[in-house]
Write a protein that binds this ligand. Sequence first.
Ligand code: ATP
Length: 301
Amino acid sequence: MEIIEKAPAKLNLFLDTPFRHPDGAPEWKMIMTTIDLADYVKVVTVSNTKKIQVETDTGFLPQDQKNLAFQAAIRLQKKFRINQGVQIKIKKKIPVAAGMGGGSTDAAAVLRILNRIWQLKLNLNQLAKIGLTIDSDVPFCIYSQTAAITGKGEILEPLRQLPPVWIVLAKPKASVSTVNILKKIPYRELQHGDFVQAKAAVLKQNLPDLVGAMTNVLEQVTINELPQIANLKQKMLDFGADVAQMTGSGPTVFGICSKLSRAQHIVNSLKGFCEQVYLVQSCHLNTDYLLPQKFENHSQY
Ligand code: ATP
């Protein structure tokens, strides 16, 4: 049997951290949305073997247990004592190590697919709980809908679709290590954003309020390593974006525009400075087939 799923990328509209847990994990206050830039994940089951194989079309991503998609498959295979192997093929469209949750969304897609193929009958909450053991962004990626995220990534509160906006993404060539950036968070110096206001802006689908409330406290940490991010952000604003911000631990910068013509102008203007530029929109993944109790309010997995 084989199933193909879309694995969409995420963007952080709001990213703050009030403290670090004793185990080193940050406590998060985030708002994430899903965009229509997605990997395609195909899973084929193989009988007479328990082997898990991962293949990507990039040539440089790990194909072994270091691949988060592999980890998703082995978690379910072990937990439910499945005597079947799987071949996972990933068509990468999401830039790697870009702050867009590429590995996490592939892992989430594998969890959703194998839940169907192996008829495990897990709901999204249960899949998200398993996903959290792989990476803090996997629970969000299981749902792939605009949401507020707290805890270590496991507490999701559903929000509404964004108002209809155009989003320009620019991914600089240089890459950063998320682990390294997270270690350097200067907790005493952080200027915290207003999470309640940001959530309210999304719930009201009020773009000016959202623009005013957006923040990413990791931005300055990454700019200290890669000053070009500040230039890219300024360029987006100069070319007409309503707001520009880094996503996750970077280095991708995104700009939001309410007008398509302005977004297209930014795309064309940035092409001389940055190789990877995309024009996308926010969207919600349809996971209705998976659930009775989809997206319970204030659900804690
Ligand atoms: P994070 O912020 O969670 O570190 P990211 O969104 O910035 O992630 P990813 O594209 O997930 O970036 O890549 C982070 C690392 O994860 C890379 O170094 C890559 O080798 C590894 N990785 C493992 N599996 C995958 C996958 N399926 N797709 C992309 N990267 C993967």
